[in-house]
Design a protein around this ligand. Structure first.
Ligand code: NAG
Ligand code: NAG
Length: 810
């Protein structure tokens, strides 16, 4: 027996084969039964056994008996070599194909002989050789195992199949290179083995995500054969890792003027998990003191500025940032953001107190304004310097930090500058520097420090005599540099006297316009000039004043006719010049002497013969008034010669006077007398005229006296009042009577008032003059005077001055 079973596993099969073998031997002895045992897979023609010998037969017998193999329906794997009496392999035998797992595996056939027929059964047992390796149905197997799988979890593995039997069949499995898994085999009732993989150590996807194991099945043959299967394990992720920030604290800084969207910093967290378990989102945790939404973080961990920040409000932000994965695991970190100052705040100027106006007499270092200045920036950006214009008499000082005072540092003069615009400019030291400014308007209030000043140091004015009383002569003007009441100039006539008469009776000064009015009508013949002082006084307290000399020059007018001094024209007597008949040509008869109280041309007199009894006899010297004969007097010439000489002045228009010169051409006085008596022939007419004149004068005198009394009393009353007004030491306040209405803005009624007084005075004067004239006339009115003369005199008295006895109006 070339084959023996050595393993216990197959012990039972072996016992059966031994029993069979014994029975075959017994059968052979009876039926000549033969058994063989050969391994499978022998090559064709290989010897199975010497059947002739084993049956105890001759080879001849085999040939004669036509020995053959009878298999029935079965395939013939073995053939008989009759010549040599051998059984050989006809076809390769595969035990697994023939018997599968059945044991023992044997071929049963008969050797049949003829002549005589003999049947010999033959049994060929086929023994197994290890010609098959274990085989897995699939070459690989995939598992997906969660990393959270617990230790002891079982995973069924595919079995391998080995058709060989016995020791040559599948014996065991091995699993290569895995520390996480072990194999466990379970024998099954059919003799097969169930194999499973057991987790002995937890998986960690984060350490090893994929594993490749090799499952090997081996049989027990010699040589040993094996089969393998690849096991691919994918560890499935479980959210077992929280995100982790790369830093606990991030530091960043950002300028306060950064715009929305500025990237501040990037935070980063990592999560060892995979897929959605490792997806991190960042959120800003809510924390105290941070304006919501001031910062934003995106999915990449970029922290952005999301709103305006202000260094002056917060210098630092601490932001809590959380990283959260989709499983809700999180980590937190802190971002400390330092806000960088930028010079974005201008200084703020606050006027704490300021004067609207100060007096021009304010002392040096008078505080005009106090202000506080603040800059919200820090360091140099918040350091502030303030300045004001150097060209004004003010300076800015700082006593306490951030507080500034504006004080005067020069003399103020409202008359030079009544207002100052003080611009305070405060700049910080940032780069670039920011500044702000305020302008204070300061009024300089007036102090009465300027006296009125007349436009000229003295005035001279001219007025033509015989002016209308009340006419304005001239205006003085004084200016006061001060303001308002301090500059309100009043004009005052200073008291003085002119020729012993108060100057106020000559002129008046309008208190607020400075117009000088003539109070009376001037007469050049009485006064040629006069001067007085006008004082200009302002309305300040105390008032300041100055005075000026005003000289009034009266100009002559041809208002006086010449006056004949000789020959004297008296009413009571008739004077006649005697010319002897023997007088020669050029005999000086007489000389008309006349004067004119006017002056200049107005007093330049010329004489002309106006009428003459005999024009051919006399002539008058044009310049000297000498009356001379121009021819020889003869006897035919009348005794009584009457010459009318006209004396004219050179004024424009000229005035004249006539004088009648009676010349007696005679040698003896009686001759003359007889001739001249007829001159007073109409005495009766003169008497009547005298009566009427006396009556008229009496009436006029009565009216005059009444007027004088009334006027004087009124005048005295008003004069007293004006004295009170002008001599008061108080500041001059123009006096306005109750009826006053200021229509032109200047108090004019006072002038009107003065004017009325002037008129009154004037009319009074006129009345006086008239009265005096009348009374003079009365005195002159001598009954012996000639009627012609008296008539002329009366006319003249009413119309004109009384002084010249004879006048003919031009
Ligand atoms: C001050 O400012 C006011 C208003 O701006 C202006 O009318 C005035 O002329 C200024 N005064 C001076 C002295 O500059
Ligand atoms: C002018 O006025 C001043 C003060 O008002 C006075 O002192 C002075 O004497 C006056 N001058 C004349 C010439 O009167």
């Amino acid at each position: 027996m070339p084959y023996s079973y050595s393993t216990d596993v197959l012990g039972r099969t072996m016992k059966r084969q031994v029993l069979l073998f014994v029975s075959v031997l017994c059968l052979r002895s009876a039926l000549s039964q033969v058994s063989y045992s050969i391994p499978e897979e022998m090559a064709k023609g290989s010897l199975v056994g010497n059947i002739a010998q084993d049956l105890g037969l001759d080879v001849k017998r085999l040939l004669v008996g036509k020995a053959r193999i009878h298999t029935g329906d079965n395939a013939e794997y073995i053939e008989l070599n009759r010549e040599r009496g051998l059984l050989v392999i006809k076809e390769k035998i595969d035990r697994e194909a023939l018997c599968a797992q059945t044991t023992p595996c044997a071929l049963h056939f008969q050797i049949a002989l003829e002549n005589p027929i003999e049947i010999f059964p033959v049994t060929v047992e086929i023994t197994d050789i290890n010609d098959n390796a274990p085989v897995f149905k699939k070459e690989e197997r995939r598992f997906e195992i969660s990393e959270s799988a617990v230790v002891g979890s079982k995973f069924m593995l595919d079995k391998a199949i080995d058709p060989d039997i016995g020791l040559n069949g599948l014996q065991s499995y091995t699993l290569k290179s895995s520390e996480n898994f072990v194999l466990k085999m379970h024998s099954q009732s059919d003799g097969g083995k169930k194999v499973e993989m057991i987790l002995q150590k937890p998986l960690d996807r984060e350490k090893q995500e994929f594993a490749s194991l090799l499952l090997t099945a081996v049989d027990g043959g010699d040589p040993q054969r094996s089969g393998t299967m690849q096991i691919h394990i994918t560890v499935l992720d479980v959210n077992d890792n929280a995100p982790v920030f790369t830093q606990n604290v991030y530091k960043a800084s950002v300028k306060e003027d950064s715009v929305k969207g500025t990237l501040i910093t990037k935070v980063s967290a990592s999560d060892a998990d995979k897929g959605s378990n490792g997806e991190i989102s960042y959120v800003i945790g809510s924390s105290v003191g941070i304006i919501p939404n001031l910062f934003a973080v995106n999915e990449n961990g970029n922290l952005f500025l999301n709103g305006p920040i202000d260094y002056e409000k917060a210098k630092k932000y601490e932001i809590d940032i959380e990283a959260v994965d989709s499983g809700g695991l999180s980590d937190s970190s802190k971002v400390i953001v330092d806000v960088g100052d930028v010079n974005d705040n201008s200084p703020i100027i606050n006027i704490i107190s300021s004067s609207h106006a100060i007096g021009e007499d304010s002392l040096l270092s008078t505080v005009v304004a106090v202000m506080s200045v603040n800059d919200h920036d820090s360091d140099n950006n918040g350091k502030v310097q303030c300045a004001i214009d150097r060209n004004i008499p003010f300076s800015i000082t700082s006593s306490v930090s951030n507080f500034y005072s504006i004080v005067t540092n020069g003399n103020l003069d409202r008359e030079r500058s009544f207002q100052y615009n003080i611009t305070v400019t405060c700049s910080d030291e940032g780069v670039p520097s920011l500044s702000s400014s305020v302008t204070l308007t300061l009024q300089i209030s007036d102090v009465n420090d300027n006296a009125p000043v007349f436009e000229r140091s003295s005035y001279e004015a001219y007025i033509v005599e015989n002016n209308t009383p009340g006419v304005s002569i001239f205006t003085v003007k004084a200016a006061d540099a001060d303001w308002n009441q301090n500059a309100r100039v009043s004009y005052i006539l200073e008291d003085s006297s002119v020729n012993g008469v108060p100057v106020s009776s000559y002129v008046s000064v309008s208190a607020d316009s400075g117009v000088i009015h003539a109070v009376r009508s001037f007469d050049y013949e009485q006064i040629k000039d006069f001067q007085f002082l006008v004082k200009a006084q302002d309305g300040g307290s105390p008032p300041l004043g100055s005075n000026v000399t005003v000289k009034i020059l009266i100009q002559d007018q041809n208002d006086n006719p010449p006056q004949v001094l000789y020959p004297v024209q008296t009413g009571g007597s008739v004077v006649a010049e005697m010319v002897p008949r023997s007088a020669d040509v050029g005999y000086l008869v007489t000389k008309v002497v006349a004067v004119d109280v006017d002056s200049g041309q107005n007093a330049w007199l010329s004489y002309k013969l106006q009428k003459a009894t005999d024009r051919a006899l006399f002539e008058v010297g044009l310049q000297n008034g000498e009356i001379r004969t121009i021819r020889q007097v003869n006897d035919k010439d009348a005794v009584k010669q009457r010459l009318t000489v006209i004396v004219e002045d050179n004024g424009q228009p000229s005035r004249s006077a006539t004088v009648i010169v009676n010349v007696a051409v005679a040698d003896s006085f009686p001759e003359v007398l007889s001739e001249f008596t007829d001159l007073i022939h109409d005495k009766e007419y003169n008497d009547n005229l005298t009566f009427y004149l006396v009556l008229a004068l009496a009436v006029v005198s009565f009216l005059f006296i009444t007027c004088v009394v009334v006027i004087i009393s009124v005048k005295i009353y008003r004069w007293r009042q004006s004295r009170i007004l002008y001599q008061s030491n108080l500041p001059v306040i123009p006096y306005y009577p109750p009826r006053y209405s200021d229509t032109l803005g200047t108090g004019t009624l006072q002038h009107v008032y003065n004017y009325e007084v002037c008129r009154t005075t004037d009319s009074r004067k006129s009345d006086c003059k008239f009265g005096r004239a009348g009374s003079q006339n009365v005195l002159i009115m001598d009954p012996s005077s000639t009627g012609t003369m008296q008539r002329i005199q009366s006319e003249k008295s009413i119309l004109d001055e009384p002084d010249s006895p004879l006048e003919v109006r031009p």
